[in-house]
Design a protein around this ligand. Structure first.
Ligand code: UTP
Length: 328
């Protein structure tokens, strides 16, 4: 089955890290977000990937070719960021009329993918949330979806759409999105996938739902770090204790760490240098240099140089933040 992964967005909420790279390639628990998504899909039997690219799209294309040389990957460019519905619709020729699976390029879901992909109907991955007002929400009746609503003021249920969809009736989705785009029907300024799904329902398509075990959104700084913590907790490769390292942590083999305490929940990228530091809950990018710092809840970009900071930092690639202090 083909998987469609929309990854064209500009990722404004993750600036400065998305000033020079796409959100889907930001590192979490030792590999890009997109790497986690594709690896899970390959395990589930997906054998072809279509990526919607746009913002920093060439970086996504080059990364996919290098990371998955044997996998058929087609990149389709979304010329303008007109919403998720538009992104998916852009891929209609690359996907064709066969059933396909769609998952957002900033969403990692831990679920029984094989069961989800085996559903005989169109199937939407959902999760119960306390406050569904900022999500797409499904209303159910007798085990089938009655209605989809995007960010409802008064939610008809607490089942949030997590961003993973099995679409068996692809031609009906294309027909629905053709109409939405032709009539310029936008919700909050964008062509919404939820509106396309709602139109499919009105056309008589049947949708079921599958609750997912875990759902990690990487769209904001806090959720990016939260996802990093959860994936490290579940990663046997991160569990090894070592002198000065409180697991779970992932330290690249060629990183140079001296006179420092790391962890829990620290990732140190390739070629990074850490000296005289105490780091917890922090991602240090490839080639970064961190000296005399006590950091928690921090994101340090690639090749950034940081020194003498006690607290929480959010520093983009190639930036420098240096204080002449000795910490800890
Ligand atoms: P978001 O709504 O999170 O948008 O998109 P974004 O641009 O990535 O991030 P912010 O809101 O500016 O911080 C959810 C997913 O849908 C894709 C994004 O790449 C992301 O994987 N998307 C969204 C597209 O591919 N095209 C679009 O027009 C919109």
């Amino acid at each position: 089955m083909k998987a469609l992964i929309p990854a064209a967005g500009t990722g404004t909420r993750l600036r400065p890290h998305t000033h020079n790279k796409p959100k889907a390639l930001l590192p979490v628990a030792g590999k890009p977000i997109l790497g986690h998504i594709i690896d899970d899909l390959l395990q589930a039997g997906v054998d072809e990937v279509v990526l919607i690219i746009g913002y920093c799209g060439e970086a996504v294309r080059a990364w996919a070719a290098g990371a998955y040389p044997g996998l058929p990957v087609t990149c389709v460019e979304q010329s303008e960021r007109l919403g998720l519905g538009h992104a998916v619709w852009t891929a209609r020729d690359a996907i064709g009329d066969a059933p396909f699976f769609c998952i957002l390029g900033d969403t990692i879901v831990k679920t029984d993918y094989r069961r989800l992909l085996a559903d005989p109907h169109n199937c939407i991955a959902v999760r119960e949330v306390a406050d569904p007002r900022r999500f797409g929400v499904v209303e159910m009746r007798d085990g089938a979806v009655l209605r989809f609503v995007e960010k409802p003021e008064v939610p008809p249920s607490n089942l949030a759409i997590v961003g993973a969809y099995l679409l068996r009736d692809a031609p009906r989705l294309w027909a629905a999105m053709d109409r939405i785009v032709a009539e310029d029907r936008r919700t909050r300024g964008e062509y919404q996938l939820t509106d396309g799904l709602q139109a499919m329902l009105a056309d008589g398509c049947r949708f079921s739902v599958q609750p997912v075990g875990e759902w990690f959104d990487c769209g904001k700084r806090e959720t990016w770090l939260e996802t990093n913590r959860a994936l490290l907790d579940a990663d046997p490769a991160a569990a090894a204790a070592a002198p000065g390292v409180a697991p779970p942590c992932l330290v690249a083999p060629d990183a140079r760490v001296s006179r420092s305490r790391l962890g829990p929940h620290v990732v140190v990228g390739a070629g990074a240098v850490i000296e005289d530091c105490d780091l917890t809950d922090t991602i240090v990018g490839d080639g970064a240099e961190v000296r005399r710092c006590r950091l928690t809840g921090s994101l340090i970009g690639e090749r950034a140089v940081v020194a003498g900071v006690d607290g929480s930092l959010n520093v983009g690639d190639d930036s420098e933040v240096a204080a002449d202090r000795r910490i800890p």
